[in-house]
Write a protein that binds this ligand. Structure first.
Ligand SMILES: Nc1ncnc2c1ncn2[C@@H]1O[C@H](COP(=O)(O)OP(=O)(O)OP(=O)(O)O)[C@@H](O)[C@H]1O
Ligand code: SF4
Ligand SMILES: [Mg+2]
Length: 319
């Protein structure tokens, strides 16, 4: 739990539904804080509600279709869900930046990369804009900055493009960067390089990071704290080291057992049987029950919180 003054983002009881009359609620009272300068991860399998949560923050969910049923999103104390849309737009790309899975979506294919980066700093003098951009590109590991500035997006590799997008997102020195699966589309060999650039640049820009990923290995390497999401709910949260060394929730244990890097002997690599249920099939009690090897009769009730404020999980079983 963070002090109000340290907290950049505070999501509270966020519930989102999709559909009209028979709307399915896809997230259920999601709450977490991201502190100033913190690298916070939201992790979970495909379909568990990570992107819906991330997109709710800047109200980027499709309208009509999505409905925020309840909750608040406090950014530096201001509830973004209550702001007039015009005011909210002034936050997008300045105080809060986003990076998504596919870098080409963020770049204009017919403009040189450098021109697009400089455009982000159009309110600064040309010299300062150029100096900052070159500084960030160097920090992002580009040896030949001139070539990158002149290149068109199709002339760069996926990893280079994503690093350019990270530079673009961080040039305005946002207070929060939302990175939704920024490395998923990349070759495994460049994923770590891209995330390490993201971490270094965010530190340089004093930007807090909300990293959305399904990759527990990346969380272990980069995040200070982590929230584990399953079927629309956060089921475990804590310091990454505590969650990884002493996971409390069977789902978290399953995710950890499925990290290939932790299993040099691949025969011990495990997987979680079954799939994340469709929101229309969510049950009132523990939603992991149908896949959990520890399931007990009481698990049909709403699981209690175990642990403490620093590291907790929603589960009946303690061991
Ligand atoms: N536009 C939409 N209309 C209807 N349902 C949607 C829409 N977008 C997302 N959903 C549903 O909301 C749930 C959560 O989706 P979300 O995209 O947040 O998952 P995710 O955790 O980001 O998964 P992934 O790892 O695959 O990106 C899913 O059941 C999904 O089908
Ligand atoms: S509450 Fe029960 S079913 Fe759910 S994760 Fe814990 S032990 Fe498994
Ligand atoms: Mg997603």
């Amino acid at each position: 739990m963070s002090n109000v003054s340290d907290c950049v983002l505070s999501v509270r009881d966020l519930s989102v539904a999709f559909g009209g009359r028979n709307a399915a609620q896809v997230t259920d009272r999601v709450s977490f804080d991201v502190d100033a300068g913190e690298f916070f991860a939201l992790v979970g399998e495909s379909g568990c509600g990570k992107s819906v949560t991330a997109m709710s923050i800047l109200r980027l969910l499709p309208v009509p279709g999505a409905k925020i049923v309840s909750g608040s999103v406090l950014f530096e104390g201001v509830d973004l869900l209550k702001l007039p849309l015009e005011t909210l737009r002034t936050y997008r790309g300045s105080a809060i930046s986003c990076i998504f899975q596919e870098p080409m979506q963020a770049l204009n294919p017919v403009l040189p990369v450098g021109k697009q980066l400089l455009e982000v700093l159009r309110h600064e003098s040309k010299n300062i804009a150029l100096e900052k951009t070159v500084h960030f590109l160097k920090l992002a590991g580009f040896a030949d900055v001139d070539r990158v500035m002149r290149a068109y997006p199709h002339e760069l590799s996926g990893g280079m493009l994503q690093r350019a997008c990270i530079v673009m997102a961080l040039l305005p020195m946002p207070r929060l960067l939302i990175a939704d699966e920024p490395t998923t589309a990349l070759d495994v060999t460049v994923q770590a390089q891209v995330l390490s650039v993201l971490k270094d640049l965010a530190r340089d820009a004093h930007t807090s990071v909300l990293l959305i990923t399904h990759n527990m290995g990346l969380v272990a390497q980069y995040a200070k704290r982590v929230a584990v999401m399953y079927a629309g709910r956060i089921v475990e949260m804590g310091e990454t080291s505590a969650v990884i060394d002493s996971p409390l929730h069977p789902y978290t244990r399953g995710l950890l057992a499925a990290i290939p890097e932790r299993h040099l002997n691949m025969s011990s690599l495990q997987f979680i049987p079954g799939n994340v249920p469709n929101p229309k099939d969510f049950v009132p009690g523990c939603r992991f029950a149908s896949r959990c090897s520890k399931v007990k009769p009481e698990c049909i009730g709403f699981p209690p919180k175990q642990g403490d404020d620093l590291h907790w999980a929603m589960c009946f079983v303690k061991d």
